[in-house]
Design a protein around this ligand. Structure first.
Ligand SMILES: Nc1ncnc2c1ncn2[C@@H]1O[C@H](COP(=O)(O)OP(=O)(O)O)[C@@H](O)[C@H]1O
Ligand SMILES: [Mg+2]
Length: 196
């Protein structure tokens, strides 16, 4: 039996609706996501892992997603390991929401970032479902060059028939991508200071 990785509050990074996010104790460029809800939860890790593999198998570019490294056994349960998103200078990337609230970009720059993400999702048929703004980070990948990266909320909300239908039906997928994009755009406008 392989030894379990020990996580504790020292490595805690952030809490999401369903999962806690820890920095990997032996590799600070990786995070580990552990489901924190004992009651009803939506098997987010299992779902995301399936969806990530699906995208990889279809050779989709993963330029606006975080790399997924699979499951790891920890003292807190099975965790799903991801690349920890960082900027070109090794500082942790920040949420897009922070950039909007602090009015870092011009209106045109904001719109360009958003429309670039839209092109990526629509061109590659990628389902971004949980369109909460906290699930989108803004990475300065080169000096003064930014892109939006989705860190959570891909595929579906639950591992149910709908999820499997998306995987097999392009029409259903496209319908859903459009529908969710509208919601994301509304969220974006809520936080952008240019749409007040
Ligand atoms: N790849 C990542 N790099 C850096 N921070 C992350 C990463 N993934 C998640 N986080 C942080 O952890 C929080 C919770 O993770 P998230 O995947 O959104 O969990 P949940 O599915 O419960 O919403 C995020 O809001 C973000 O602050
Ligand atoms: Mg989240």
């Amino acid at each position: 039996m392989t030894k379990k990785l020990v996580l504790n509050e020292k490595y805690f990074l952030a809490k999401g609706g369903e999962r806690n996010c820890y920095i990997h104790p032996k590799d600070e460029n990786k995070v580990i996501k552990i489901v924190h809800r004992n009651e009803k939860h939506n098997e987010q890790n299992k779902l995301e892992y399936k969806y990530y593999n699906f995208l990889q198998k279809k050779n989709k570019p993963l330029t606006h997603l975080t790399k997924c490294y699979g499951f790891i056994n920890t003292n807190l349960g099975l965790g799903l390991m991801y690349e920890r998103l960082k900027d070109y200078d090794s500082n942790p990337s920040k949420s897009f929401r922070i950039y909007l609230e602090e009015k870092i970009f011009t209106k045109e720059e904001e719109n360009k970032l958003v429309s670039e993400l839209k092109d990526y999702l629509f061109k590659n048929d990628i389902l971004f479902i949980d369109v909460d703004l906290s699930n989108v980070f803004c990475q300065e990948f080169m000096k003064d060059k930014y892109k939006l990266v989705i860190i959570d909320g891909l595929g579906a909300r639950r591992l149910n028939w709908r999820f499997y239908t998306y995987l097999y039906s392009k029409a259903f997928t496209r319908y859903k991508i459009k529908k969710q994009w509208k919601k994301f755009f509304e969220n974006f406008k809520k936080y952008s200071t240019y749409y007040k």
